[in-house]
Design a protein around this ligand. Structure first.
Ligand SMILES: Cc1ncc(COP(=O)(O)O)c(C=O)c1O
Length: 368
């Protein structure tokens, strides 16, 4: 049986007529940049995720970058985040000449260990970027308490976490901004790059909109320096079709994760994902950990079961961040996670037969 790690064509085929129509409508109208589709998607995303405003941008990376810029993060400032994430989270901090200050993760949730944040706050600290990794939200209450106490900006990296919940709040609705990615592999994926900033901060909405469009409010008049970071009208039209399915797709991901959990929880050499009781994880990834990870992955590859490693090297050990002067051992939980995590195929279109075949393949693995 063929089991792709991710099958985007199956989803497209299931909604082909609606998608094709939406794309054609944009072409018929002939308005390709910052038109009606982007505005409507901004309103719909905000309403879906319990925030007041949305600003469509060209990627999750730029959602983070523009958020930092809107709050004036600049050269010499420090921004706290986790080293166990995709590089974009910390890359944008360094791009602005600010310093990423890493805090190790909680090994159970893979998210920033909130107990370790306060000890790295200095006079230069301006912001915290918690990442809701794999679709499970970071522990936001203590983060928001610290932000209040030290007057810090909180930018949620919700790239993997659309519709994830922390207590009663959706991902991206708690911090000063919430940053989403519409990269095709995300739970709400475009057919190309895209991103969205959510915020309740009315004052910053206009600034964010200017920053994504060369600092311009009125055409050819530039009040500030910005970027070209606009969300494409065709992608917005596609996303407006897909957003209507996101609730049922999310439920399907949760059902698949539950199925994996039930079948794998008795295996002593594997740890299944831990979900905080007050969290709703949306499983952008279904990630196990095992001390035998490399041998286990080889076994699965040979059995025709694709897997992925999110992520094989924590950011403090990446060559691109060598200027920060970190060494092995600085963030031991992140380093251990990098050597132990392995993600299984998970997407709404994965069939029960495919899931069972994955489980069977896992059960054939012998540790010795
Ligand atoms: C945690 C995290 N942050 C940021 C990003 C960046 O998003 P994008 O690829 O849309 O720029 C991604 C996605 O790749 C991500 O997974």
């Amino acid at each position: 049986m063929k089991i792709p790690l991710l099958d985007l064509t199956k989803q497209y085929r299931s909604i082909k007529q609606e998608i094709d129509q939406a794309v054609m409508n944009v072409m018929e109208k002939g308005n390709f940049v910052l038109g009606e589709e982007v505005s409507l998607l901004e309103q719909e995303m905000a309403a879906f995720c319990g925030a007041r405003y949305g600003v469509g941008v060209n990627s999750g990376t730029d959602a983070l970058l523009l958020s930092l810029m809107a709050y004036g993060i600049d050269r010499g400032d420090e921004v706290i985040t986790t080293p166990f994430t995709f590089i974009a989270t910390a890359e944008v901090i360094a791009f602005l000449g600010a310093k990423p200050v890493f805090v190790d993760i909680d090994p159970k949730t893979f998210n920033i260990d909130v107990k370790k944040i306060e000890q790295v706050i200095t006079k230069k600290t301006k912001a915290i970027i918690p990442v809701h990794l794999y679709g499970q939200m970071a522990d936001m209450d203590p983060i928001m308490d610290l932000a209040k106490k030290y007057n810090l900006v909180v930018i949620e990296d919700a790239a993997q976490a659309i519709l994830a919940k922390y207590k009663e709040s959706y991902a991206g609705s708690i911090g000063h901004t919430g940053c989403f990615s519409f990269f095709p592999a995300k739970n709400l994926g475009a057919y190309g790059d895209g991103g969205m900033i959510l915020t309740n901060d009315e004052e910053k909405v206009e600034r964010l909109k200017m920053l994504r469009n060369h600092g311009s409010r009125v055409k050819y008049h530039h009040a500030i320096l910005g970027c070209n970071s606009r969300l494409d009208e065709i992608q917005a039209a596609i996303l407006r079709v897909k957003i209507r399915y996101i609730n049922s797709w999310t439920q399907e991901r949760k059902r698949i994760a539950q199925g994996y959990n039930e079948s794998l929880s008795d295996i002593s050499w594997l740890t299944i994902p831990f979900e905080e009781e007050w969290n709703r994880c949306v499983y952008n990834q279904y990630t196990l950990r095992s001390q035998f990870r490399d041998k286990f992955q080889k076994h699965l590859t040979e059995a025709g079961i694709p897997t992925a490693i999110h992520y094989p090297m924590p950011l403090h050990l990446q060559e691109a961040f060598s200027f920060l002067g970190h060494k092995k051992g600085d963030f031991p939980e992140s380093e251990k996670a990098s050597s132990e995590v392995i993600s299984l195929p998970i997407y709404p279109e994965l069939t029960d037969e495919q899931r069972k075949a994955v489980i069977e393949g896992i059960r054939y693995f012998k540790v010795e």
